[in-house]
Design a protein around this ligand. Structure first.
Ligand code: SAH
Length: 233
């Protein structure tokens, strides 16, 4: 038995590469993106009533994981990257059908140059991700009061993030020209510590692409320092 699914939309996201994307939605509140709806699902009537919900479920394809295949067990970052658990006990992108599931904030519908977009926030999706379904999140039945977090060990301790004067100034001018609060976005992403567990003790520089800006930052024993922002042409 085989099923064929067609994307109903494509994600436009502040996350332009995998490194830096938070491990789940909702963790980086200032993350922004949009779903560009594709024919035959680019009809306004298909979303009538959706504006009454604050959040939506997105089902999508981890399109950038397909090439790497999957394994029956994985080392989730929540366990410090040391212990293995079963693939189906994890949220790993590397799964037999490469399907992902995220609850994101719904910010409304917008028409631009004949295309229909749904604006979203708090996402954990890479730019270009194909969306295969959208449903309202209904807390009345979807929120589970007595649910357990399982083996997930999240640290309450946030990492200290500083900005160099140069990075601070670059955030200000970027905000003036684009209207985007890049400073808050960088701060919230770095507080989540995007480094792989194996690199947590290292003193080194990193780069991540947010919108069209390459952000360079330094990790050392005192925390993270955002060094510079460089706009990609
Ligand atoms: N909330 C989803 C995703 C969890 S995994 C779920 O539970 O199914 C989150 C990771 O997926 C992110 O750290 C990011 O690196 C990765 N990711 C996001 N979009 C992707 C894509 N289109 N292809 C491959 N990996 C992606």
């Amino acid at each position: 038995m085989e099923y064929t699914i067609q994307p109903i939309g494509l994600i436009h996201s502040c996350y332009r590469e995998k490194f830096g994307i938070p491990r789940q939605p909702g963790l980086v509140k200032s993350a922004r993106g949009a779903i560009e709806l594709l024919s035959p699902c680019d009809r306004e009537e298909m979303f009538k009533g959706l504006e009454t919900f604050s959040h939506i479920w997105l089902q999508f394809v981890f399109h950038e994981a397909v090439g790497d295949g999957w394994r029956p067990t994985v080392r989730p970052p929540w366990l410090g990257g040391r212990e293995r658990v079963g693939l189906f006990a994890s949220r790993s992108p590397h799964r037999p059908n490469f399907l992902g599931l995220s609850v994101v904030r719904y910010l409304g519908m917008r028409k631009e140059q004949g295309k229909l977009f749904l604006d979203i926030g708090e996402l954990d999706l890479l730019h270009g991700t194909p969306i295969v379904d959208i449903k309202p999140y209904v807390p009345y039945s979807d929120r589970v009061e007595d649910a357990a977090n399982g083996f997930v060990r999240f640290s309450e301790k946030k990492i200290g993030v500083r900005f160099s004067p140069e990075a601070e100034a670059a955030c200000c001018s970027y905000q003036e020209e684009s209207g985007r609060d890049l400073r808050t976005l960088i701060q919230e992403i770095l507080e989540q510590d995007p480094r792989p567990a194996s690199q947590r003790q290292q003193h080194r520089e990193y780069g991540m692409l947010l919108w069209e800006v390459n952000v360079r930052w330094l990790a050392d024993e005192t925390g993270f320092t955002v060094l510079s922002l460089e706009k990609k042409e």
